[in-house]
Each structure stands twice: as structure tokens, then as C-alpha cells.
Design a protein around this ligand. Structure first.
Ligand code: COA
Ligand code: ZN
Length: 324
């Protein structure tokens, strides 16, 4: 596990966020969103997913989106891939980091990628061999429902470690553990992350929390306290898996950056610039709830007398409670 104080926030809004939005976001807007996110200092961005357009119509333009962003310097782009077809398309587009995803819960895996876990692991091996034949791309894993599943409930730590062991044995070292539907709590996060760190010191773990029940930041902070340095988050608090009942938004990037900045833990992200990206998200998705608390409340400000003087002005103006 990494021990330095440098953290990496991986922006997943263009993927986890947009996959859960019914409105099709135009290609040029997706490209603009990703470019703005990069300009705010985010160094790692999940640009979308090379999945079946029937499963997620939002990503039917992935190739064009990647074409519009791939030349951006100093940003590491990744995409989700569910199978060999997705992996090959991603690599052909110029993506250097592929995130194969499957679920710790058999039921969610069947619902999400329409195959058993065993079949997913075989698919992973096929992609691994394909890449090993000379394709210069890194293969990583996002493991869904680690902290609980809407069909199967909570997973035991033994179950979690057993499945991760299979992944690590394939030589994969970059593993994101996902709380797909917001079941996690800080004590559970500590137990699982500490166990993973002890069991698999050769791997680097990232965490992916949804704020469905309000514990997202508490979970992220607990993960930080036990040594995790890589965190997924989505602009505006967008997000959710369309194939997991009850799924809602990721922890908001604005809120996570605010928390770390205020704690003196550098993120490399310019929060003012990021909040202008939040404005852009509202502009392109006017009907979508922005659950970021920092975006709604604005940054803390004081006037000359030292009193709090209210929220940062956003344009368009904040919605009323009725709108939300
Ligand atoms: N990219 C584009 N098209 C793909 C594809 C990919 N990665 N994988 C499969 N397809 C297409 C096939 O070409 C085929 O098209 P056709 O009917 O025109 O011939 C069709 O999808 C069905 O292929 P099949 O292999 O039978 O897939 P499936 O219907 O069993 O679906 C997945 C399996 C994994 C491809 C699909 O469920 C999927 O993409 N899921 C994504 C789920 C997701 O992103 N969830 C959110 C993240 S947590
Ligand atoms: Zn998610």
C-alpha cells in the first residue's frame, strides 16, 4: 500500500456519472467536460466505457470522445471494458489503461454483465493474454459490490480476499474496490482495506464510494487513515450503476477535494476551477440533481469583519428545494 501523503483523485464522472443519465450527452459536450476536468488539475480521468451500446446507450460514441481528448498532455485516461471486444476497441482508440470490471456478487454480475463470475474471470484471462502479446496498455480491475450488494447483502472479508487473490494471481496490481450501492461504513472499510493491505502488499488499492446513505466521505477518510491514497469521485456527485437497484451518486469530487484541501492534504486540484466545471455539468444536464454539498453551499468565505458571508454565486443560480 502507498504510504506517502500524495493522493490521487480519479474522476469518474464522465463514466459512472454519465452511465446513469438518461439524456444522451452530445459528443462535443462530453469532450468539453473531460477537457475542463483536466484543466482543473485532475490527472486521472475515466473517460467512459467501451461497453455494448445496447447496455449503455450513453457510450455509443466512445471512439469519438476518446479522439477528442487523447492528445491532452499530463492526463491519464482510462475506460471500463467488460470483454475482449471492449478492450481491443479501447486500445485501438489510444487508451493506455483498461479497467476490467466484474462484481463480487454473482447476482449483480449476472445483472450487470450478463455472465457468471467464473466467466468474467475467464474473460479477464483472455484480455490479459491478448495484452501480453505486445499491446502497451495496463490492465486494472474494478471490483463491484465489495462492501455490499442489493441482491446478496454484505460480503465476508474471507470471500473478498479469496476473489482478490484470483486477480492478484493473474499479475494484476491495480485494484479498485467499489461500494456500488452505498452499503459501506467506516469500520467495515477499515477492516477490509487493512486485510487487503496485509494480504496483498504487492497490489495498490483504490476505493470507489457512493454516497447513497451519506457515508461516502466518512468512508473515504477512513480509507485514507489506513493508508489508501487513490480515490474515485464524480463531479457534482453524479453516478450510479443502472443494473443495481437503489444505486445513486458517487462521492462528489468537489467535496472530496474540499475535505483534503481543508485538511492540508494536497490534491493538485484547483477547487475554484473545478466548481466552474460543476456549473458546466448543470448547463449540459439541467434536469440532473447535483448532490455535491460544496457546490450547493459554495466555499466558506468571510467578509472584512470576519463574518461568514454566504455562498459563492453560481450561474445558473442554485435550484430551490422543489427543483432538487
Ligand atoms: N462494445 C460494443 N459492443 C459490444 C461489446 C463491447 N464491449 N460487447 C458486446 N457487444 C455487442 C456485440 O457485438 C453484440 O452485438 P450484435 O448483437 O449487434 O451482434 C451484442 O453486444 C451482444 O453481445 P454479447 O457478447 O452477447 O453480450 P451480452 O448481450 O451478453 O452483454 C455485455 C454483455 C458485458 C457486453 C453487456 O452486458 C455490457 O456491455 N454491459 C455493461 C454494463 C455496464 O457498463 N454497467 C455499468 C458499469 S458498473
Ligand atoms: Zn460506481
Amino acid at each position: 500500500m502507498e504510504t506517502s501523503n500524495d493522493i490521487t483523485i480519479i474522476e469518474v464522472g464522465p463514466r459512472d456519472g454519465l452511465q446513469n443519465v438518461a439524456t444522451f450527452v452530445e459528443t462535443a459536450q462530453k469532450v468539453s467536460l473531460i477537457r475542463r476536468l483536466a484543466a482543473s488539475g485532475l490527472q486521472e480521468i475515466q473517460a467512459g466505457a467501451f461497453v455494448s451500446p445496447r447496455a449503455i446507450p450513453q457510450f455509443r460514441d466512445m471512439k469519438e470522445v476518446v479522439k477528442g481528448i487523447i492528445a491532452l498532455p499530463e492526463v491519464r485516461f482510462s475506460t471500463l471494458v467488460p470483454n475482449l471486444q471492449g478492450a481491443r476497441d479501447a486500445v485501438k482508440s489510444g487508451i493506455k489503461k483498461l479497467i476490467f470490471f466484474f462484481s463480487l456478487s454473482e447476482s449483480h454480475n449476472l445483472n450487470n454483465v450478463r455472465q457468471t463470475k467464473e466467466a468474467s474471470l475467464q474473460g479477464l484471462e483472455v484480455i490479459r493474454k491478448d495484452l501480453a502479446a505486445g499491446v502497451p496498455a495496463e490492465l486494472c480491475i474494478a471490483l463491484a459490490t465489495v462492501f455490499g450488494c442489493p441482491f446478496e447483502g454484505y460480503m465476508t472479508t474471507d470471500h473478498i480476499l479469496k476473489d482478490i487473490d484470483k486477480i492478484v494471481n493473474m499479475g494484476i496490481r491495480d485494484i479498485t474496490l467499489c461500494d456500488t450501492v452505498g452499503f459501506a461504513n467506516p469500520r467495515q472499510v477499515e477492516e477490509i482495506m487493512v486485510a487487503c493491505g496485509k494480504e496483498f502488499p504487492e497490489a495498490t488499492f483504490a476505493v470507489h464510494f457512493h454516497n447513497t446513505r451519506g457515508l461516502g466521505l466518512a468512508n473515504a477518510l477512513r480509507a485514507y487513515d489506513v493508508g489508501i491514497r487513490r480515490f474515485d469521485a464524480a463531479i457534482g456527485g453524479l453516478g450510479g450503476c443502472p443494473f443495481a437497484p437503489g444505486a445513486s451518486g458517487n462521492i462528489a469530487t468537489e467535496d472530496l477535494v474540499f475535505m483534503f484541501n481543508e485538511m492540508g492534504i494536497p490534491t493538485g486540484i484547483d477547487l475554484d476551477a473545478l466548481l466552474t466545471v460543476s456549473d458546466y455539468v448543470r448547463e449540459i444536464l439541467p434536469g440532473t440533481t447535483m448532490s455535491s454539498a460544496v457546490y450547493r453551499a459554495g466555499l466558506p468565505q468571510a467578509d472584512a469583519s470576519g463574518r461568514e458571508c454566504g455562498a459563492r454565486q453560481v450561474n445558473p443560480p442554485f435550484p430551490t428545494h422543489q427543483d432538487l
